[in-house]
Design a protein around this ligand. Structure first.
Ligand SMILES: [Zn+2]
Length: 402
């Protein structure tokens, strides 16, 4: 029962913050959760961590971009979120997963050189089944590296960032939707770009709070990097819980992907082709527009099996320009060009709602496995607590004692 009480704390604090700032309507969420879709695994612990009922989740969220909206979150990089300030419910869920032996007890890696790959202690094989590091190209069953044959699954990392506005402009022209693996702390700084991406129907996924090499992070640090990013997406999209995350630098292993899956229900997505477009604006540049063009030409005129998941970024106008240049090549070579999360999520890019962008492939697979009727969903929602919002001091409840 103690755990149950603590589980309500993050929502309580959000509701109370809103009660003090509910006239800050500088921003609006155009799309609310549709009803009655609620179709992630009903017994998954994420249900308890990010609750919602139906037809909405019963919570009035602070307006995106308002002071009350941004107040509950930890600072951005370079410091990673303080593990002493993690909501107790997340920590309890992690401890439960550890007790179930669902989180492998393996060594952390360390960053030995700037820009290099993290390394494990001597005697630990990163390609062993126990560790299976994606940095070392070890693939774990259930993680996603490839798209379906004939498809390009579009995604962009690191937003919202300097290239987001130009990317969205182009996507609007093309009537094209994509997945954004967003950095949680960046959403704080660019709420308008975040909302523009969401409101146009793009899929929002997790790219951590401060963008570390995740295999270097302790279990609690991994919890914070993922949890805070899920929380801000949840609180900024009318209650959606993202379904996918991409580890920064593609650095994940058996431990970090297990925390993502077992605590938060997140599936790990890597990629099978890398443009290195992040390095276009480095000094000196790591790659050039011409090199990316040549790579794209090769990939897009090559075999269509497997389909392509190409690592691209919305970091700068230059990285976006490389995508803009490649887009007609994707189309002219007969690829099906779709949002990555829609493609690999069987039309469901969130764990608890239909897509906010409409059907991309086939609508009939939507929620086929475990739709729970809307009438039963509120049993998981502490609606009384969530709606009360009367305790102005409950903001402190986010600072949970460990
Ligand atoms: Zn990144």
């Amino acid at each position: 029962m103690l755990t149950l009480a603590l589980l309500t704390l993050p929502l309580l604090s959000v509701a109370s913050i809103h009660s003090r700032h509910q006239h800050d309507h500088a921003h609006n969420i155009a799309k609310r959760l549709p009803s009655p879709q609620w179709y992630h695994e009903p017994d998954h612990p994420v249900h308890e961590l990010f609750r919602r009922g139906a037809p909405t989740d019963g919570v009035t969220y602070a307006a995106v971009g308002s002071d009350g909206w941004s107040a509950p979150y930890p600072p951005g990089p370079p410091a990673s979120p303080d593990v002493k300030l993690l909501p107790a419910a997340w920590v309890a869920a992690l401890n439960d997963a550890i007790a179930r032996k669902a989180i492998p007890d393996i060594p952390l890696s360390t960053n030995v050189s700037d820009g290099g790959s993290p390394v494990y202690p001597s005697g630990s094989d990163p390609n062993s089944p126990q560790i299976c590091s994606a940095t070392y190209q070890c693939r774990i069953d259930g993680d996603i590296w490839d798209a379906a044959d004939g498809y390009v699954g579009l995604s962009f990392d690191d937003g919202p960032e300097a290239g987001t506005a130009s990317l969205l402009d182009f996507l609007d022209q093309q009537k094209q939707q994509v997945t954004h693996f967003m950095i949680g702390s960046n959403i704080i700084y660019q709420p308008d770009d975040f909302l523009n991406a969401f409101n146009r129907g793009d899929d929002i996924a997790v790219h951590t709070w401060t963008h570390p090499h995740m295999t270097t992070q302790s279990n609690l640090q991994v919890l914070g990097e993922l949890g805070w990013t899920i929380q801000i997406i949840h609180n900024s999209t009318g209650g959606r819980v993202p379904k996918f995350w991409r580890p920064p630098y593609g650095d994940s292993d058996a431990r970090t992907r297990a925390i993502a899956k077992e605590v938060f229900g997140l599936t790990t997505i890597i990629w099978n082709q890398d443009t290195s477009d992040w390095s276009l604006d480095e000094s000196p540049p790591g790659t050039t527009a011409d090199k990316i063009k040549a790579s794209m030409q090769q990939w897009l005129t090559g075999p269509k099996s497997p389909g392509l998941i190409i690592l691209e970024h919305e970091l700068t106008n230059d990285s976006v320009a490389s995508f803009v240049a490649a887009y007609p090549v994707m189309k002219s070579n007969g690829w099906n060009v779709v949002s990555l999360a829609q493609l690999v999520g069987n039309n469901a890019s969130y764990q608890n709602s239909a897509s906010n962008s409409g059907p991309v492939i086939a609508a009939d697979v939507l929620g086929a496995k475990s739709i729970v009727a809307s009438s039963s969903a509120p049993t998981t929602s502490p609606s009384g607590a969530a709606n009360s919002g009367s305790n102005a001091n409950s903001n402190n409840s986010l600072v949970s004692a460990l």
